[in-house]
Write a protein that binds this ligand. Structure first.
Ligand SMILES: Cc1cc2nc3c(=O)[nH]c(=O)nc-3n(C[C@H](O)[C@H](O)[C@H](O)COP(=O)(O)OP(=O)(O)OC[C@H]3O[C@@H](n4cnc5c(N)ncnc54)[C@H](O)[C@@H]3O)c2cc1C
Length: 393
């Protein structure tokens, strides 16, 4: 598993990898009698693409094709990374909504897909024009946008229902972006949050708090602004806060939250957050945030499984520990829960970009991610994956 990008998944004593093809996948799911759930690896960046004792369907070897159609939509096979999608499109003068990093694979799209251009173009799931795959029960499908409950469930909750083999996304013309990176005193963070909440949808703020007293900012805009410089497109975005230089192997879990515009409340919690950051159990424990809103809020909450359409901020908490240090793991996960409790009133939603079936808070995150939609999603799961081949709901 050494080639998996997520160190925790790469180090897991997994049962093994199976590389399916379009021909073998339906029977594989229909007849599966091994350990459940089957895990799926597209980009291999999360802790749940491989786990001790579980088999992983590795989409990377068999699903690599990409095709830009005449209507300007790109059909992507599930083993492609977002970096190759952006490079492929940039060479043809087009682009598509991507996240802050181009390392993730199709899991980025399937879990919603928040990016620096989401405020003007929407979430990645809002760009979907076709989804192909095989339900957990082994039946294959090829669906186009509709008000059907299957389409809704696949847009944001696909990992619980099906193995997706291809997605087709609308693209738009490649155009320069203007960016600016700064490091600020952490006391300035609420000021920046308030300012960003008043920006036009063509501009977004991303922030990363990894050290005690400072926060790294990355502004991305489709228009020039003071102090910015131009890049050719999302494929040239710098990493948020720069690369971390780690010489020891670090394992981590990430929890993404979602909340509406709330600059004054960020100011209120800052002292307690600062205290928590000072007592973090490992230097790689961190808090970061990205801005959405604008176009992401113009889609009805019942159109997809991503129900938090009022969200303007997605903070994510990273709990990190030295590989193999069980005590530090426990402390870090406890620390994550303290930060989560503090932020919950401001950010009551969860963005399920990472699955947590193996962690004690799985049920709570499902509730906070899908809310009133959860019972309907569970009904769909019972119909399409009755044997529970895929992660549980
Ligand atoms: C450096 C970095 C930056 C990120 N930045 C952003 C960001 O800006 N915005 C954002 O929204 N997210 C961001 N993420 C989160 C990321 O998009 C999600 O964690 C995503 O699920 C990872 O995709 P993957 O293909 O690499 O996942 P994998 O680890 O391969 O799989 C993740 C999960 O998705 C499911 N899955 C994967 N592929 C399939 C498939 N083909 N069919 C069915 N289920 C599948 C599996 O159950 C698996 O558990 C970032 C992650 C990283 C590591």
């Amino acid at each position: 598993m050494a080639d998996l990008l997520n160190p925790l998944a790469a180090d897991a004593a997994a049962a093994g990898l199976i590389a399916p093809t379009w021909d073998t996948l339906p029977a594989l799911l229909r007849d599966w009698t091994g350990q459940k759930p089957l895990l799926v690896c597209s980009g291999g960046t999360t802790t749940r693409c491989a786990a001790p004792g579980h088999w992983t369907l590795d989409m990377r070897p068999g699903f690599q094709e990409m095709e830009l159609g005449e209507q300007g939509a790109i059909r992507i096979a599930a083993g492609c990374r977002m970096s190759s999608v952006l490079d492929h499109l940039a060479a043809r003068g087009r682009t598509v909504g991507a996240g802050l990093s181009c390392l993730p694979g199709v899991g980025y799209v399937l879990t919603g897909g928040v990016g620096p251009l989401s405020r003007s173009h929407g979430l990645a799931i809002d760009q979907l024009t076709q989804i192909e795959g095989v339900w957990g029960n082994g039946e294959s499908f090829n669906l186009r946008p509709s008000v059907d409950r299957e389409w809704r469930g696949l847009c944001g909750a696909a990992p619980f229902l099906a193995v997706i083999t291809h997605v087709t996304l609308a693209t738009w013309p490649l155009a320069p972006l203007w960016i600016r990176q700064d490091t600020i005193e952490l006391t300035e963070l609420p000021v920046w949050i308030a300012e960003a909440e008043a920006w036009p949808n063509s501009r977004s703020l991303q922030w990363s708090w990894r050290y005690n007293a400072t926060v790294d900012l990355l502004q991305v805009s489709e228009e020039p602004f003071q102090g910015s410089h131009a890049i050719d497109g999302q494929h040239q975005l710098p990493p948020l806060g720069g690369q971390s230089a780690n010489d020891t192997r670090i394992h981590s879990e990430v929890l993404g939250l979602l909340g509406p515009a709330a600059a004054p409340r960020w100011r209120e919690v800052l002292p307690e957050l600062t205290a928590l950051m000072r007592e973090r159990p490992h230097p790689s424990c961190s808090l970061a945030g990205q801005q959405l809103g604008g176009q992401t809020g113009r889609v009805g909450w019942q159109a997809s499984a991503f129900i938090h359409r009022d969200a303007v901020w997605k903070p994510w908490i990273t709990a990190a520990w030295a590989a193999g240090d069980a005590d530090q793991r426990q402390s870090s996960l406890g620390w994550l829960q303290k930060v989560w409790s503090l932020l919950s009133p401001i950010c009551p939603g969860v963005h399920l970009a990472q699955l947590h079936e193996h962690l004690p808070w799985h049920k709570r995150v499902l509730q906070q991610a899908f809310g009133a939609y959860l019972p309907e999603l569970r009904t769909l799961k019972r119909e399409r994956d009755p044997a529970g081949n895929l992660p549980s709901l």
